[in-house]
Structure formats: structure tokens, C-alpha cells
Design a protein around this ligand. Structure first.
Ligand SMILES: NC(=O)C1=CN([C@@H]2O[C@H](COP(=O)(O)OP(=O)(O)OC[C@H]3O[C@@H](n4cnc5c(N)ncnc54)[C@H](O)[C@@H]3O)[C@@H](O)[C@H]2O)C=CC1
Ligand SMILES: O=C(O)[C@H]1O[C@H](OP(=O)(O)OP(=O)(O)OC[C@H]2O[C@@H](n3ccc(=O)[nH]c3=O)[C@H](O)[C@@H]2O)[C@H](O)[C@@H](O)[C@@H]1O
Length: 453
């Protein structure tokens, strides 16, 4: 099938390159001419495992092309995917400015024999596909037939390519049997179950999925806080919860909470939309509030372990909102740095992320020293906070922490390290939802959890 993608971002590129790999002819368009110039030279503008090879394979084969002119797109293609961003507006609502700008550039096409399809893959409020169709119908001549459908995307950053080829499910929301049949056929070569439904249900299924994940994470973080207060060990609790098939093991990791370009904005949008619809989402609202408190909670834990942080040097291990990406959008590290600097104006902060240093430089205050290695960030530090659970941080040995740091105190904000092993070797490692472990067994017996230094 000949198709076009508007919005060559995380979703658009993985989707476009993925369909090209399945043998389709795909033209990817983006308003960002710099990005299109990079892509046309075979460079991927961000870190996404497996994407570069996929794009190169398909551009060399001539199945994947790039451009920046969205007008007349429907002249040549049967299917247009819209994958532009839908960021938060001022009051939490989703901004559809990019989507409308694309829709308003669509021109009538000459060959009216083939019915066109516009598939909205961007995450949007319920009812958007219907509004798009009405707007197009009011403008295009009657013989330009078009179905506007909702095919929400469930891929994750860091595994976007794998998620394209192995989707958990494919939701196809249509108002026409013809579009449903053609799109079902298009997706048949992908292994996930196909769920054909109406457009509004498809749109809500996407928002509900992200809200459900956010609620699960906030639940995990609140139970972890309770574990800390009651002397229980949250990872053991989570393990037990996860073995119940009705609960499942995923998205129960406690830590610094959820960030990224989607969970925060989509939960805000759902709450806003639900208020307007008269069906308040109190549970999701609470999950958003609970999540916002986590960086401050971490700072308070640091204050309990380290006296006078305003005169100390603290290293941040990881900055990206999760491992596997260089994306800094709504990364918990940003709020953590803001809280540390607000409460302790004299603090010295160093930071290192294997992939996100470049993106972080544009966002962090110049007072934060961005380092080229974990060793450089940890050198002379009085404490470290593990913010993003990159694999390389798990490989740092206890001796390295002890040699590099002024005081080997690690606040493990993702429960990524082997706290017991580090503890046994003289490193203080304080996880989330666990009793702090201290190097000194007699201190633990005496109830003195973390000796303040
Ligand atoms: N990032 C992710 O993993 C996922 C994102 N989504 C949703 O997909 C949508 C896109 O997200 P991302 O790919 O992360 O965004 P992104 O920000 O990476 O990419 C969006 C692209 O659209 C382009 N764009 C903006 N206005 C345009 C216009 N008028 N014409 C042409 N191009 C235009 C931008 O230049 C940018 O390259 C959002 O609604 C998001 O919520 C859904 C599932 C997963
Ligand atoms: O709509 C979207 O854009 C996407 O949003 C999320 O994907 P993504 O933002 O890439 O990241 P996740 O893996 O979901 O992680 C989100 C945040 O939650 C945090 N998290 C995740 C899992 C967990 O157990 N605990 C936890 O704190 C992560 O550290 C990260 O900050 C969803 O997982 C995707 O299904 C969805 O398509």
C-alpha cells in the first residue's frame, strides 16, 4: 500500500520505517526541516535502539522517503497516518494545534476512484476523529471520499521498533466497514491481536491504558512509602503482588515515579476531559498528585542521610526519564534538581547520563556540572542519587564508589542496585520502600539506621 506519515517523531519514524520494512511504500513528512535533512542523510535525530538500521535498510531499498511538504499528500497515497505531537496546553488539555494544521493543509485530490483513509495515531481526546472528519467534509468536494479512523499507538520509547513488530494489540477504530477491512488486512502481518471497534472507544482505550499504567505506578510508590514507615521491604511486597495473575508483575516498580512525553500529559488530559464530560477521574487525579511528590520525598530522604546538603557535592546518575532513551521530556530528574536547588541553594550538583547529556544541557541550570562518565560525576561526591536505572550503573563496583566518592552514600531512586552486596562491602545504599541498609551491622542492631555524616 502507498502511505504517508505526517510527524517524523518517535511514533512516526518507527511506524513509517516499520511499514516500509513490511514492503509498503512510505513517505514521511515533518514540519522540522532540520530533522528531515538529517533523516535524508541517514541520521536519526534521537536515540532509539534498532531504528537507524531499520530506516537505512528501507531508505536504501527506496521504500522509505522523507519530505517536508504536507500539501497534496493525499494525491499519491491511500492512507495517511497522523503522528504529530499533542502536548499539554496551559490547563492540562491536549493541544491539537499541530493536528489541525495538518488537517487544514489537506487538499482535494484528483483521482477520486480510491477512497482515502486518514488514521490518527497521535493520542487525542475522545471525539477527535469525528471532528476531523466533519471539518474535512465541510471543506473538500463531495467526490473526495475519506474515512477518518483512530489507530492509537501503544509503543514505548526505547523499544519502539520492537513494539511496532510485536504489538501487544492493534486497536482499529472506524465508522466504516470498508476502512475496517482494509486496515485489518494492512495489520494482519503483525502478530498482535486486532481489535476492531468504533472511533471513540479506540481513542478512550489509549488514554485509559496510559492512565492505568500511571495509577499502577503511583499505587506502587504509595505502598513503598508505607513499607518504609512500617519496616517492610517493598520489592518483596511487589514480587508477591506480581505473582497474582490478576495483578501482574509489570509497572509495580517504585522509585522516582513516571515521567516522559506521554504518561504525565495523557493523565492530565484525561482528567481535564473527564471533568468537562461530567465523569471526574478522581483516581487518576490522585495518581498524578502522588507522582508529583516523589522528587521532594527523595530530597527529604537525602536530608536524613546527609547533614547540611547545601554545603555538599551530590552526583546524579542518570537524567533521562527512563533508560534506553535520551528523552528528557518531564523527566523526574528535572523536578529533583529543582527541589534540591530550591531547598539547598549552595549544593554542588554533578550529573551523568549515558545518552541524555546533550538533551539535558539545554534544560538544566548551568550550575549543574554535566559529566562525561559516572566516574567523573561521582569523584569527590558526598552522596549520589541513582535517577535512571541504566545498566552501566549496576556495573559500578563497591570499591569504585568508595574510591571515587568522598562518602559512599547512594540513594537508589530506582531500586536498581544490589543494596545488600554494596552494604556488605561498606557502601551505604538506600533504596525505595526498603529499610536503609548500613555498612555497620552493630549500627543496624542498635536501631541507628543510617549514621548521619
Ligand atoms: N513517544 C511515544 O512513545 C508515544 C507517543 N504517542 C503519541 O504520539 C504522538 C506523537 O508523539 P511523538 O512521536 O513522541 O512526538 P515527537 O515530538 O517525537 O514527534 C512529533 C513530530 O511531529 C512534527 N510536527 C509537528 N507539527 C507538525 C506539522 N504541522 N506538520 C508536520 N509535522 C509536524 C514535529 O516536528 C515532530 O517531529 C503524541 O500524540 C503522543 O502522545 C503514542 C504512543 C507512544
Ligand atoms: O503513550 C505513550 O507515549 C506511551 O507511554 C508509555 O511509554 P513510555 O512513555 O515510553 O515509557 P514507560 O516505559 O511507560 O515509562 C514511563 C515512566 O514510568 C516510569 N515507571 C515505569 C514502570 C514502573 O514500574 N515504574 C515507573 O516508575 C518510568 O521510569 C518512566 O519514567 C506507555 O508504556 C506506552 O504503552 C505508551 O504508548
Amino acid at each position: 500500500m502507498k502511505m504517508a506519515i505526517v510527524g517524523a517523531g518517535v511514533v512516526g519514524l518507527a511506524t513509517g520505517a516499520g511499514f516500509a520494512d513490511l514492503g509498503h511504500s512510505v513517505h514521511c513528512v515533518d514540519i522540522d526541516t532540520g530533522k528531515i535533512a538529517l533523516l535524508s542523510r541517514g541520521s536519526i535525530p534521537y536515540h532509539e535502539p534498532g531504528l537507524e538500521a531499520l530506516v537505512l535498510r528501507n531508505t536504501s531499498a527506496g521504500r522509505l522517503t522523507f519530505g517536508h511538504n504536507p500539501s497534496k499528500l493525499l494525491n499519491d497515497v491511500e492512507l495517511l497516518f497522523i503522528t504529530v505531537g499533542t502536548p499539554s496546553g496551559d490547563t492540562g488539555e491536549m493541544s491539537l494545534a499541530a493536528l489541525w494544521s495538518v488537517i487544514d493543509q489537506i487538499e482535494a485530490w484528483p483521482d477520486t476512484d480510491i477512497r482515502r483513509m486518514i488514521a490518527i495515531k497521535s493520542t487525542v481526546p475522545v471525539g477527535t476523529a469525528e471532528r476531523v472528519e466533519l471539518r474535512l467534509r465541510s471543506r473538500l468536494p463531495d467526490n473526495c471520499l475519506v474515512d477518518v479512523v483512530s489507530i492509537p499507538e501503544f509503543m514505548r520509547e526505547g523499544s519502539a521498533v520492537r513494539d511496532f513488530f510485536e504489538p501487544s494489540r492493534i486497536v482499529i477504530g472506524t465508522a466504516s466497514v470498508d476502512a475496517e477491512e482494509r486496515l485489518t488486512q494492512l495489520h494482519q502481518r503483525l502478530p498482535g491481536p486486532i481489535l476492531a471497534t468504533d472511533r471513540r472507544s479506540a481513542e478512550l482505550a489509549k488514554l485509559a491504558a496510559n492512565a492505568c499504567l500511571a495509577v499502577k505506578i503511583s499505587f506502587a510508590n504509595e505502598i513503598a512509602a508505607l513499607a518504609e514507615q512500617t519496616g517492610a521491604d517493598y520489592p518483596s511486597v511487589a514480587h508477591s503482588l506480581g505473582l497474582d495473575p490478576r495483578i501482574g508483575p509489570h509497572f509495580l516498580a517504585a522509585g522516582l515515579g513516571f515521567g516522559g512525553s506521554c504518561l504525565p500529559k495523557d493523565t492530565r488530559a484525561l482528567v481535564r476531559m473527564a471533568d468537562e464530560a461530567g465523569a471526574p477521574q478522581t483516581l487518576v487525579e490522585a495518581a498524578v498528585r502522588a507522582n508529583a511528590m516523589l522528587p521532594l520525598r527523595m530530597v527529604r530522604k537525602l536530608e536524613a542521610a546527609l547533614s547540611d546538603p547545601g554545603r555538599r557535592r551530590v552526583a546524579l546518575l542518570g537524567l533521562a526519564f527512563k533508560p534506553g532513551t535520551d528523552d528528557m521530556r518531564e523527566a523526574p530528574s528535572l523536578r529533583l534538581i529543582a527541589e534540591l536547588s530550591r531547598r539547598h541553594p549552595g549544593i554542588t550538583l554533578t550529573a551523568y547520563d549515558p545518552e541524555a547529556n546533550h538533551a539535558a544541557r539545554k534544560l538544566l541550570p548551568s550550575s549543574v556540572k554535566i559529566c562525561d562518565s559516572a566516574e567523573e560525576a561521582l569523584k569527590g561526591a558526598d552522596a549520589a542519587i541513582l535517577v535512571t536505572e541504566w545498566r552501566e550503573f549496576r556495573q559500578i563496583k563497591a570499591d569504585d564508589f568508595k574510591i571515587w566518592m568522598n562518602r559512599p552514600i547512594i540513594m537508589d531512586g530506582r531500586n536498581a542496585l544490589d543494596a545488600a552486596a554494596l552494604n556488605a562491602q561498606g557502601v551505604v545504599c538506600i533504596g525505595v520502600g526498603r529499610l536503609p541498609v548500613v555498612p555497620n551491622e552493630s549500627a543496624r542492631k542498635s536501631g541507628d539506621l543510617v549514621p548521619k555524616v
